[in-house]
Design a protein around this ligand. Structure first.
Ligand code: FES
Length: 176
């Protein structure tokens, strides 16, 4: 009888002891429990440390106000930040370089004093107001302020839409 029972047992390779079927069931139970515990703990850890998407900053310093000639549209930051900076007698504003039709970047045509979109021909006045082509509304303005060191501080993450009356916002225009 004992001999027959021993046939059902397996010898553990390291210890040399006999393992019964019950030992295996027991071991499998613990294995399942520990696996579940591990997965649950990982889920909890992931909840405690969520994946954060770090966005690049939307602000940049654009030099000192007296670097901007009166009435000129500065194209200096259009390539890197898609923003034009314009100085008028009463202050500064910054326009987003994103056409309000389908988002292409218009060109500033100094001789014609207008922004012209190369994609479908929309035209915008220096103020950003649309006057030709399919663009349904003016260009957007972006936040402009003075930094502590006296430089212009542009935040293209904050936009102001003319049709919503937002160009009246103090952050949409920097008074001289
Ligand atoms: S994207 Fe500018 S006119 Fe269409």
């Amino acid at each position: 009888m004992e001999e027959q029972d021993n046939k059902r047992r397996i010898i553990h390779p390291a210890s040399g002891n006999l393992w019964s079927r019950r030992d295996f069931v027991h071991l499998a139970g613990w294995g399942g429990f520990l696996t579940t515990l591990g997965i649950t703990s990982l889920g909890t850890l992931r909840f405690m440390f969520p994946r954060v998407l770090f966005e690049p900053p939307t602000t940049f310093k654009a030099g000192f106000p007296d670097e901007y000639p009166m009435g000129m549209v500065s194209t200096k930051y259009i390539k890197d930040y898609r923003v034009w900076i314009i100085r008028e007698p009463n202050g500064f504003y910054a326009l987003s370089g994103k056409c309000t039709h389908l988002g292409c970047t218009p060109n500033w045509l100094d001789a014609e004093q207008k922004f012209k979109c190369p994609c479908h021909g929309s035209g915008f006045m220096k103020s950003g107001i649309n006057f030709e082509g399919p663009a349904p509304r003016p260009l957007e303005r972006v936040k402009i302020a003075l930094a502590e060191d006296g430089q212009l501080l542009i935040d293209f993450g904050k936009i102001f839409a003319f049709e919503k009356g937002q160009w009246e916002d103090p952050e949409a225009f920097l008074k001289a």
